[in-house]
Design a protein around this ligand. Structure first.
Ligand code: DQA
Length: 145
């Protein structure tokens, strides 16, 4: 089975970007840890990061057609702005888990609302990179049943 790990704008800067908020690990660190976790459970992890809204939408549309069973997505700032990403996820029929490194509800008011949450089957926020691990665990458990 395949799971897509989708990361939005500025997450390529992880490790160096506001490490007090987002942690010291790089996105590569996180992806390689998740890949190991996936392989152990005989899952294939596909990962994609983009700073471009349309490219993220294209990745969701591709997942819709290629049998990807789940999407773990940190839409970053597009969480708060993108009806287009929500629409793409609404057209996708697999499991969707939304992850935020920081607790968006503890931060500025403009981060409290996420369009993607309207579609997500589960949401994890505030646990740092551990949130991605928990999300992948949940995906693996859901389809093991
Ligand atoms: C974020 C929270 C968003 O508000 C912010 O724009 C991000 C990262 C997080 O992982 O905590 O870029 O999604």
């Amino acid at each position: 089975s395949r799971v897509l790990l989708l990361n939005g704008p500025n997450l390529n800067l992880l490790g160096g970007r506001q490490p007090d908020i987002y942690g010291k690990e790089t996105l590569d660190d996180i992806v390689s840890r998740l890949r190991t976790q996936a392989v152990k459970a005989q899952w294939e992890l596909k990962d994609f990061q983009s700073n471009h809204e349309g490219d993220l939408i294209d990745a969701v549309q591709a997942a819709r057609l290629d049998g990807t069973r789940a999407i773990i997505v940190n839409p970053a700032a597009y969480s708060h702005t993108s009806v287009a990403l929500l629409d793409a996820l609404n057209a996708y029929e697999g499991m969707v888990i939304e992850v935020h490194l920081s607790n968006i509800h503890k931060r500025e008011a403009f981060r409290h609302h996420s369009y993607v949450s309207q579609r997500a089957d589960g949401i994890i926020a505030g646990l740092g990179s551990q949130g991605y691990i928990a999300a992948l665990d949940a995906v693996i458990a859901r389809f093991a049943a």
